[in-house]
Design a protein around this ligand. Structure first.
Ligand code: UD1
Length: 421
C-alpha cells in the first residue's frame, strides 16, 4: 500500500490537462461486448478501475490491447459468467450485465455488496432487464439473468427513490439496443456519461434518441458492428482541480474539458466569489476580488450539483469564512470525509444528510485515512492548503479514479510524495 504525503502551503498556478472520463470509459468498454467486431476506444484513463474492466473483458473471452490511452477490444466469442474475484474489486463491473444480456440473453454477475458511501442496491437495473423479458434469479451471491425467448422492447420507468440511476440506465440501454421493437426508458439518467455511451452505441449501429435527457427511445436492431470512439473529458477530475485552484490557487486552468458539463460546479464557485472564465474547452479559476463567501448546495442528478463533487466542496467550505451547508440527496451517508477533515481542524456539524461547515482560518496537516475515491480527493485538497504535512493513507482509493493526480498537482506547484507504507 502507498500513502501520499502533501506538504501544505504551496500555492497552485498553471494549466492541467484533464483525462478521459472514468465513468464514461467503464460502460463504453463494457459495450464493446455487444459486437464481434473490433472496437477502438480512445482517451481511456489509466486507472485501477479501467484496468479491472479490461481484465473482466478478457475473462469473458475478449481480446484486449491497450497502448497508452487507446484500447482495442475484439469480443468475437464471449461467455456469460463474470468472475467474482474481479467483480468484487469494482462495483461498476455490474455494467457488463446489460451487454451480456443483450448479446447472449444470459449473464451471471456476482451481486455487488454495499460500500462506504451507502447500501447501493441494483434493483432498478434488474427491474429494467425484467421489463425486457429477462428472468432474474439470485443464487450463491450471484445474479443469474436469462431470457429463453428473444427480449422485447417496452416502455418502462427507471426512477427510484433517490432519483435516476446512471449505471442502471446504461445497463438497460445496452440490453435494449439488440432487443426487438421499441424500448422507451422514462426516468432515465441524463448524465453526460450516459449520453457518451449512447453516442458510442449509435456509432456501432444502434438506433437511440433522447440520450442526455430523462426519456430515451431505443429502436432495437439485429446486430451491432465495430466502432471507434473518444471518451469525453472527466468532469469530476476537472471539478476537483477547479476546487484545488479555489482552495489554494492563484490561477488554475483545466484544459480539454466540456465547460457545459461543469456548469453547476462553476456556478457554485462564481456565487462564492471566485473568478471563473471559460473558453470552448477550458475553464480557469482565479481568486475573486474580496474574500470568498459561504455556499449552500444540494446534490442532485445531472444537471444538478454532482454528488461526486460533494466531498471536494466540503473541503473548500472548511476554509471559506462564515457558514456553508451541503445536503446530500443521492447517497445520504456519503460523509466519510467529515471525520477526517475534523482531525485537520475543520468545524463541521453533521446532521443526517446535511453538513454545516463553519470556515476556519487554517487547517493543520495530520495523518488521515482515505475511505472512498472522492473523500480521498477532498483530503488531498485540504492538505494542499493546510499548515504542515498531511499523510493520506490508503492511496489506492485515489488511483481508482484520478489519473496521475499527484503528478498533475506537482505540475501546478504542489509538493507531494508517494511513499510505500
Ligand atoms: C454512478 C457513478 C458514481 C456516481 C453515481 C451518482 C459510475 C461508474 N459511477 O454510480 O460515481 O456517484 O452514478 O451520480 O458511473 N439506486 C437504487 N437502485 C438501483 C440503483 C441505484 O436505489 O438499482 C440508488 C443508489 O443507491 C443511489 C441513487 O440511486 O442512491 C443513484 O445511484 P446510481 O446513479 O445508480 O449510481 P451508480 O450508477 O452506481
Amino acid at each position: 500500500m502507498e500513502k501520499l504525503i502533501v506538504h501544505g502551503g504551496n500555492r497552485l498556478r498553471g494549466k492541467v490537462l484533464i483525462s478521459g472520463s472514468k465513468n464514461s470509459s467503464l460502460p463504453i468498454l463494457a459495450a464493446t461486448l455487444l459486437t464481434k467486431d473490433d472496437c477502438v476506444i480512445r482517451q481511456v484513463p489509466d486507472l485501477s478501475d479501467t484496468n479491472y474492466m479490461l481484465q473482466i473483458l478478457r475473462a469473458l473471452g475478449a481480446e484486449v490491447e491497450r497502448a497508452s490511452g487507446t484500447v482495442n477490444v475484439k469480443a468475437e466469442k464471449i461467455i456469460p459468467d463474470t468472475p467474482y474475484d474481479l467483480v468484487r474489486k469494482m462495483r461498476a463491473s455490474i455494467c457488463v450485465m446489460g451487454p451480456l444480456t443483450g448479446r447472449l440473453r444470459k449473464a451471471v454477475v456476482s451481486m455487488p455488496g454495499g460500500c462506504v458511501i451507502g447500501d447501493r442496491p441494483v434493483d432498478l437495473h434488474l427491474k429494467g432487464l425484467e421489463y425486457l423479458g429477462a428472468k432474474v434469479q439470485m443464487d450463491g451471491g450471484n445474479i443469474h439473468i436469462e431470457a429463453k425467448k428473444p427480449l422485447k422492447g417496452c416502455t418502462m420507468n427507471l426512477l427510484g427513490k433517490f432519483g435516476s440511476t446512471v449505471l442502471g440506465t446504461d445497463n438497460v440501454l445496452m440490453a435494449a439496443v439488440l432487443t426487438k421493437g421499441t424500448t422507451i426508458i422514462e426516468g432515465a439518467a441524463a448524465e453526460p456519461e450516459v449520453e457518451d455511451l449512447a453516442n458510442f452505441l449509435i456509432k456501432m449501429g444502434a438506433k437511440i434518441e433522447g440520450a442526455g435527457t430523462t426519456r430515451i427511445v431505443v429502436e432495437g436492431v439485429k446486430e451491432l458492428h465495430g466502432a471507434e470512439h473518444t471518451v469525453i473529458p472527466d468532469r469530476i477530475e476537472a471539478g476537483t482541480f477547479l476546487v484545488a485552484g479555489a482552495i489554494f490557487g492563484d490561477g488554475v486552468m483545466v484544459k480539454r474539458v466540456v465547460p457545459a458539463h461543469l456548469k453547476n460546479v462553476t456556478d457554485t464557485l462564481l456565487a462564492s466569489g471566485y473568478e471563473v472564465t471559460s473558453t470552448k474547452d477550458s475553464v480557469t479559476i482565479m481568486p475573486g476580488s474580496g474574500s470568498p463567501k459561504g455556499f449552500h448546495l444540494t446534490t442532485r442528478v445531472y444537471p444538478g450539483f454532482p454528488t461526486d463533487m460533494q466531498a471536494q466542496f466540503c473541503a473548500l467550505a472548511c476554509l471559506i469564512p462564515g457558514l456553508s451547508s451541503i445536503k446530500e440527496t443521492i447517497f445520504p451517508q456519503r460523509f466519510m470525509h467529515v471525520s477526517e477533515l475534523k482531525r485537520m481542524g475543520a468545524n463541521i456539524e453533521l446532521d443526517g444528510d446535511t453538513a454545516r461547515i463553519t470556515g476556519v482560518e487554517t487547517l493543520s496537516g495530520a495523518p488521515v485515512m482515505a475511505s472512498d475515491l472522492r473523500a480521498s480527493a477532498a483530503l488531498v485538497l485540504a492538505g494542499l492548503a493546510a499548515k504542515g504535512t498531511t499523510e493520506i493513507h490508503r492511496l489506492y482509493h485515489i488511483d481508482r479514479g484520478y489519473e496521475h493526480l499527484d503528478e498533475k498537482l506537482s505540475m501546478l506547484g504542489a509538493v507531494t510524495e508517494r511513499v510505500k507504507e
